[in-house]
Design a protein around this ligand. Structure first.
Ligand SMILES: *[C@@H]1O[C@H](CO)[C@@H](O)[C@H](O)[C@H]1NC(C)=O
Length: 141
């Protein structure tokens, strides 16, 4: 009986994981991270957005690529802004560059731990969310 209950618990837990459709990925602090846009519709990416760990769902930050930005987003392209287009205050050093089928982010620091996702002009387009975890550099190096 207990085995059955455990089995059912595991099944429902793994269902939840699948429903979230989040990818967990790792990067070493201080290095670059390539966010791949090699998926259907990925070429329509105009920027990247992120939700820092511990922030509420209304605190997404946005970074528009200047080569792709239009109208209002042209003004604040190339820096991280909030949902109203205001520059994020505090220390934000992470740069994002579109290179082929990758968004190269550098340098990724521990404070950049967040969920990352593509921005599309058409908000209906879907992307998967990468939950990026930043590992401290190895003490041996
Ligand atoms: C990241 O993407 C850039 C541009 O596509 C590429 O030159 C570089 O080798 C990639 N780095 C890794 C670690 O895959």
């Amino acid at each position: 009986m207990i085995t059955l209950i455990l089995f059912l618990l595991i099944i429902s837990y793994s269902r939840q994981l699948v429903a979230e459709s989040e990818i967990v990925d790792f990067v070493t602090a201080g290095s670059d991270y390539n966010y791949s846009i090699d998926f259907t519709g990925g070429e329509k990416t105009v920027g990247i957005r992120r939700l820092l760990n511990g922030d509420d769902d209304d605190k997404w930050q946005f970074y528009h690529f200047c080569a792709k930005a239009k109208s209002a987003n042209k003004k604040n392209c190339g820096s991280w802004v909030d949902g109203k287009g205001n520059k994020i205050k505090g220390e934000v050093t992470l740069k994002a560059t579109l290179k082929g089928k990758n968004i190269v982010m550098s340098p990724v620091l521990v404070r950049d731990e967040a969920r990352y996702a593509s921005i599309f002009e058409d908000s209906e387009d879907q992307t998967s969310i990468v939950q990026l975890r930043v590992r401290p550099p190895s003490p041996l190096h």
